[in-house]
Design a protein around this ligand. Structure first.
Ligand code: NAP
Length: 283
């Protein structure tokens, strides 16, 4: 499950640096890489790059969750202040390569990253895990956003398992006739003004058996999910298939234009190529 921290987040373009290397201890020809994170892939990429020499790698987290997962490289926390704030950061930190490894639904950050890379000429690439595809027995309704997901639930009271972020929950308040089971990494605070809701605070990964048991216990009839891809969040989708339960799936936003890969291996191959280009160009 993806994870970030909130306690250290401060507003403004330049926020907290955790364990960042002082510029004067960097080797002068060290390539500087910024990974926009908050995902398993970002963490794994950082872990792989941390073992390589001649690279100064930082992961950036938004600060959405209270306890971040540990990373193998220095982490900075908090927003940059839009695309221009990120562009300023890239210049100030002499970043050579920017990798957007944020969650597929973090499309504001992704668009800002693409714009900042265009403004600064910094090498830029998106690492995004492939989406899940439907298989035999899946009963998906694909919708554009959470408002459409609420509409898809209909007028008849249903028992709904919501597996979305805390920031995605507001539209469900307009449909108080359903029962909701809401699972999130941090507590939903304040709780939603809904008459029939149970909160589960838990961090994945969640397996199929575990999610099947949870859904069975609460007599769930429909799951609301994002098409996150990967294995850590797939348990509920597999469980819904086994139980013959409907899934209302939020459509993935379009990724920004530009180079994109789906695996950590391919991201490393891209980075090697990009940094060779930077070195040849003499930037
Ligand atoms: P978002 O809506 O695309 O971004 C909103 C703002 O949050 C951005 O404009 C940026 O602020 C800041 N931000 C987002 N990601 C950041 C990062 N990695 N480092 C620094 N600032 C960041 O983002 P979101 O959907 O809320 O996701 C926030 C974070 O949670 C991302 O890192 C993402 O990978 C992770 N996450 C998201 C989801 C999801 O379903 N959306 C699920 C799991 C994990 P400024 O404009 O001030 O720079």
């Amino acid at each position: 499950m993806d994870s970030q921290r909130a306690d250290a987040a401060v507003s403004g373009p330049h926020t907290l640096e955790i364990g960042a290397l002082e510029p004067d201890v960097l080797e002068p020809d060290m390539a500087r890489v910024l990974i926009l994170g908050g995902t398993t892939e970002a963490r794994l990429l950082a872990e792989r790059l941390a073992t390589r020499g001649a690279l100064d790698v930082t992961v950036s987290l938004a600060g959405r969750t209270s306890v971040p997962v540990a990373h193998a490289v220095p982490v900075r926390v908090g927003g940059f202040g839009g695309a221009s704030g990120l562009a300023d950061h890239l210049k100030a930190e002499h970043i050579d390569a920017l990798i957007d490894a944020t969650h597929p639904y973090a499309n504001v950050m992704s668009e800002n990253a693409a714009a900042a890379a265009r403004q600064t000429g910094v090498q830029f690439m998106t690492l995004r895990r492939p989406p899940w595809r439907t298989g035999d027995g899946d009963r998906w309704t694909v919708v554009d956003d959470t408002t459409a997901a609420v509409r898809a639930l209909g007028d008849r009271p249903r028992r709904v398992f919501i597996a979305l972020g805390r920031n995605d929950l507001a539209p469900f308040v307009t449909a108080p006739h359903h029962f909701y089971l809401i699972r999130s990494v941090d507590p939903v605070d304040p709780p939603l003004p809904l008459p029939d809701v149970i909160y589960v605070v838990a961090r994945g990964p969640f397996g199929e058996a575990e999610d099947r048991a949870l859904m069975h216990e609460h007599r769930i009839g429909v799951v609301i999910a994002k098409n996150s891809g990967g294995r850590a969040a797939y348990g509920k989708i597999a469980a819904a298939r086994t139980l013959g339960i409907d899934v209302v799936m939020l459509r993935r936003p379009q990724p920004p234009a530009g180079p994109a890969v789906e695996s950590v291996d391919d991201a490393i191959a891209w980075l090697d190529h990009a940094l060779t280009f930077v070195a040849t160009r003499g930037v």
